[in-house]
Write a protein that binds this ligand. Structure first.
Ligand SMILES: NC(=O)c1ccc[n+]([C@@H]2O[C@H](COP(=O)([O-])OP(=O)(O)OC[C@H]3O[C@@H](n4cnc5c(N)ncnc54)[C@H](OP(=O)(O)O)[C@@H]3O)[C@@H](O)[C@H]2O)c1
Length: 250
């Protein structure tokens, strides 16, 4: 079902940079009435607020802090579209036996899975009161098969994907639409060490907004994710073997 952004009020987590900031820009361009731009440090939001004036409100929100999540619900009771964008990739590369995967993996699960789940739980009643609304979760192509360079991150994004499915099934009854976004490499600080062609955050954000507006539940917002997405949909095992071959030849 299509979800029209014009006139709606949205909240975007991790909005101070990267894909999050670009999503705020794209939502404003699509006619959103108001966007709460949420970030850990309010001062990081100054450029975004400066760019959009009264249509963007800055909100302090660490997605792992339950007190701040509750405060965000009080400050933003009119939200109709929740974009769970905040995310971390805490470790890149390492032997399977490297003990640092465990510590990094806990951080990744804390933000990418538990953070997304906690905010969605807190805002589900708000969305219901405001007519149903929509939730958008930033997953990844790494949700669909593990990329061992980003071992723990991939695990956490598989959890985000599974949470997206559960949210869609359980919130359908209250009229909340749930979208999963599965980007490939996007040119942000998170991907600065990845040496592959990358899509700009602005292009990615425009594709996300187009996907929401057309009611596309699984959004593949760039060329690489579109290729991997169709490979996954035709054969999940085939995609795993494709990545395994890349790993073996590296
Ligand atoms: N870039 C890619 O290639 C790519 C591909 C697939 C999916 N994604 C996903 O897209 C989303 C955005 O990533 P990005 O590429 O824009 O990365 P980024 O430039 O590193 O930005 C990450 C954002 O998340 C915020 N964040 C991290 N931990 C947080 C916390 N505990 N509470 C609130 N905010 C927190 C960061 O805030 P601070 O500035 O305070 O650290 C920052 O605003 C993530 O979920 C990521 O996993 C990215």
């Amino acid at each position: 079902m299509a979800f029209s952004i014009a006139g709606k009020t949205a909240l975007v987590t991790g909005a101070n940079r990267g894909i999050g900031a670009a999503i705020v820009d794209a939502l404003v361009a699509a006619g959103a009435k108001k966007v709460y731009a949420a970030a850990r440090n309010l001062s990081d939001l100054a450029p975004l607020v400066g760019r959009h004036g009264g249509r963007v409100s800055a909100l302090q929100l660490d997605v792992t802090d339950a007190t701040q999540v509750a405060a965000a619900v009080s400050s933003a009771p009119d939200v109709q579209l929740l974009v769970n964008n905040a995310g971390v990739a805490a470790m890149m590369g390492g032997a399977f036996t490297d003990p640092q995967w465990l510590e990094a993996g806990r951080k990744e699960m804390d933000v990418n899975y538990f953070g997304t789940f906690g905010i969605s739980q807190a805002f589900a009643p708000v969305l219901q009161r405001n007519g149903g609304g929509a939730i958008v979760n930033l997953a990844s192509v790494a949700s669909l098969t593990n990329f061992p360079m980003l071992l723990g991150y991939s695990v956490s994004k598989a959890a985000t994907h599974s949470l997206t499915q559960a949210s869609r099934m359980l919130l359908a009854a209250q009229g909340t639409q749930v979208y999963g976004v599965y980007p490939g490499p996007i040119d942000t600080r998170m991907a600065e060490k990845i040496e592959m062609p990358k899509t700009s955050p602005a292009e990615c954000a425009r594709a996300i907004v187009a996907g929401i507006e057309s009611g596309t539940e699984d959004i593949f917002p760039d060329a690489m994710s579109q290729g991997m997405g169709s490979a996954y949909l035709s054969s999940p095992k085939g995609l795993e073997k494709q990545v395994a071959a890349m790993v073996a030849s590296a």
